[in-house]
Design a protein around this ligand. Structure first.
Ligand code: ADP
Length: 326
């Protein structure tokens, strides 16, 4: 694509550790390949307000280890309207930006898909979300770091759970996806994970109690994925109080601490590879795809596929947790 001379980069939606590593990779790889780079601040909002600045290699120095995003992120309601996107397009043209790299989750990539279609703008997406809920990529930028943060927290909660012989419900993020809860539970050696993917199939609490999860143990930790489908940790604690009053139950909601922190080696490498691949994709003339990793190979996933399909949870993981928590 000889016509692409300048790319714009933005981070949008929920922040995730490793977004900075991705910004660095996209910027440096673009410059390496002779492209000009412009950083767009506060997600799509920056496109509407013209908060855009040229990025040189040194603008992304010393950020690979930082959580959050130096470009800031935001949610932008105006961008969901045709009028808002028209302003975004005009600003983009005014700045001489020929293509966009969007780092974000499901919502951000949905916006990119619509924008790309309306204005025939090449858009490349990078999966940046702790939830790991994008189809077509094994993992997303930020997921591994969040998982490790959860692990650290649950290890600490276990100390107090054991001392007091309590049942703890620990609520983790995930936005309708159970990856953090399930893999967090496996890694932390928790007794169970309550996840949206199986919430509608069985009463997970009843199953837990029925299986006698406390028979040989003096404490129990259950990870609950925050979601309207599961009802969250408070919902389960209330149920235990009402239906199984013998248990001394407590709730911890991990909340926003899961989004912060220095990215793990895994997330830094993932973000670096995906960022460099985004520029390769642009140079190859690809458009409107998310860059993903599948069996350790870079793949291009059309936006429609990445957004529309639910990423399945492996049954094997559910079984591993069940078998190992006896
Ligand atoms: P995430 O990318 O983390 O899933 P959001 O769902 O909040 O975060 O989406 C981030 C931003 O993407 C929104 O604030 C909006 O600007 C844009 N966006 C989301 N959905 C749409 C849509 N259907 N049309 C246009 N823009 C959208």
């Amino acid at each position: 694509m000889g016509t692409i001379k300048c790319i714009g980069i933005l981070t949008s939606g929920g922040d995730a550790p490793g977004m900075n590593a991705a910004i660095r990779a996209v910027t440096r790889s673009a410059i390496y390949n002779g492209l000009q780079v412009k950083g767009i601040y506060r997600g799509y909002k920056g496109l509407l307000t013209g908060e855009i600045k040229e990025f040189k290699s040194q603008n992304v120095s010393n950020i690979i280890q930082l959580g959050g995003t130096i470009l800031k992120t935001a949610r932008c309601k105006e961008f969901t309207t045709p009028e808002g996107r028209q302003i975004a397009y005009e600003n983009m043209k005014k700045e001489g930006i020929d293509a966009l790299v969007i780092i974000g989750g499901d919502g951000s990539l949905t916006g990119a898909r619509i924008f790309a279609q309306e204005f025939d703008v090449p858009c490349i997406g990078l999966p940046g979300t702790i939830d790991n809920d994008l189809f077509g990529t094994d993992t997303t930028i930020g997921y591994d770091t969040a998982l490790n943060t959860i692990l650290d927290a649950v290890d600490k909660i276990r100390d107090t759970a054991t001392s007091h012989e309590r049942l703890f419900f620990v609520e983790v993020m995930g936005r309708d996806a159970g990856f953090l809860a399930l893999n967090g539970a496996i890694a932390a050696g928790a007794e169970a994970a309550i996840i949206p993917e199986i919430s509608t199939e069985v009463d997970q609490l009843e199953e837990l109690i029925k299986n006698g999860f406390r028979k040989s143990k003096n404490s129990s930790i259950v990870l609950v994925a925050e979601s309207p489908i599961t009802g969250g940790a408070m919902h389960y604690a209330e149920r235990v109080k009402n239906e199984y009053p013998g248990y001394d139950v407590r709730v911890t909601i991990l909340g926003h601490l899961q989004r912060g922190g220095s990215p793990t080696a895994h997330d830094r490498i993932l973000a670096s590879r995906l960022g460099a691949a985004a520029i390769d994709a642009i140079m190859e003339g690809q458009r409107n795809v998310m860059i993903g990793i599948d069996h350790d190979e870079i793949v291009y996933v059309p936006f429609t596929k990445a957004i529309k399909n639910d990423k399945p949870i492996k049954k094997e993981l559910i079984n591993v947790l069940r078998e190992l928590s006896i």
